[in-house]
Design a protein around this ligand. Sequence first.
Ligand SMILES: Cc1cc2nc3c(=O)[nH]c(=O)nc-3n(C[C@H](O)[C@H](O)[C@H](O)COP(=O)(O)OP(=O)(O)OC[C@H]3O[C@@H](n4cnc5c(N)ncnc54)[C@H](O)[C@@H]3O)c2cc1C
Length: 415
Amino acid sequence: MKRYSAFAVAREALRYHSGWERAWAAPEPKAQYDVIIVGAGGHGLATAYYLGKNHGITNVAVLEKGWLGGGNTGRNTTIIRSNYLQDPSAAIYEKARSLYETMSQDLNMNVMFSPRGVMMLAQTEHEIRGYKRTAHANSLQGVSTEFIGPERVKELCPIIEIRGPRYPVLGALWQARGGTARHDTVAWGYARACSAMGMDIIQNCAVTGVRQENGRVTGVETEKGPIGCAKLGIVVAGHSGVLAEMAGFRLPIESVALQALVSEPIKPCMDVVVMANTVHGYMSQSDKGEMVIGGGADGYNNYTQRGSFLHIEETVRALVETFPIISRLKMLRQWGGIVDMTGDRSPIISPTPLGGCFINCGWGTGGFKAIPGSGWATAEMIARGAPGPLASAFGLERFREGRFIDESVAAGVAH
Ligand SMILES: Cc1cc2nc3c(=O)[nH]c(=O)nc-3n(C[C@H](O)[C@H](O)[C@H](O)COP(=O)(O)OP(=O)(O)OC[C@H]3O[C@@H](n4cnc5c(N)ncnc54)[C@H](O)[C@@H]3O)c2cc1C
């Protein structure tokens, strides 16, 4: 793989950009791999990448039914933060956040990580208590966050109306090193690095069945024929239940559509990310100037990967209260993605009842921020055959044992 650099850009500019290589190869599948990963979203690609980088396993295929990064990874609002309440969550989200800091250098691809700061507004007394508790927990976990008052909120984000009318801003949980990154470039960066290690990324290749013998996985059925593997990683977010059924087990997961929208581009007016959980909405400004606005999840299970009038109206109505200046903005586009929700709002990184088959899912409305940490932990689990320290709390058995990792405060707003 030729490295991207300022020198390479200058060289290609002089020869009409004729020397760039394809970012990743488009191979036909081989008959057998050491590991197959189903799903070329951020989590699947990061898993493949760390299998190669950390464990030297490169005879790997990543199978994708559509185009890579075309699922939730390319549809999210890109908020990155690690201010979760429970220790196992803080550990994996903080690992991920710290890997984002050096991802551009690591992958030799500019993922535009922008640690501009994330604030979660407290607009009720209950939220003040909840966020103060999280700030205390974070300081014990070594995650740098603080509870700030309304004046500091206004200083950091002058376009916020802190006096109400209905819900005044009473403070916020502030994580200065949280921020955003360019979502599809994260997928592209991992894909390019995996391809450079000799892994096969096979797009337009839906998995239609899971082959097994004596309780162990032996391969998958796909649109391009059967492919054998010694180990299988299922990393398909909103379609996890479908794949689990193919493999012969059930998951405590519900799939729902989550929506977002962007406005027309405007001049820079907001250089932090704001989440307003009580009124339910969150907003940041993209590098192009669009206001990126996240809405809610549908209240019923479905696989509809598109937006709806209901959520535009509900989300914008909620945000206009706190950001009156957006009231006259035009909407540019809206969309939806299928997210996989667990009851405790925490992910599943786990071996499954089928031998050699592992699953990573349940990131729900907030898994973009987790991609590198999740890939790191899932690769470790697949390579060793059992979860390592980052993943061990997130096993499927916790639902049987009633050992939930309750993150309903941290995930109180879809993000
Ligand atoms: C509107 C919206 C806003 C969001 N905002 C944020 C945010 O601000 N911050 C944050 O941290 N998270 C956010 N999220 C959540 C985040 O996007 C997801 O948690 C994360 O992207 C999941 O990544 P993934 O790789 O697991 O899944 P995906 O990116 O969905 O990848 C799964 C892949 O599996 C493929 N697949 C499915 N079935 C098959 C099959 N049978 N065979 C082969 N391939 C298959 C799919 O095509 C897909 O490409 C948001 C999500 C949405 C929808």
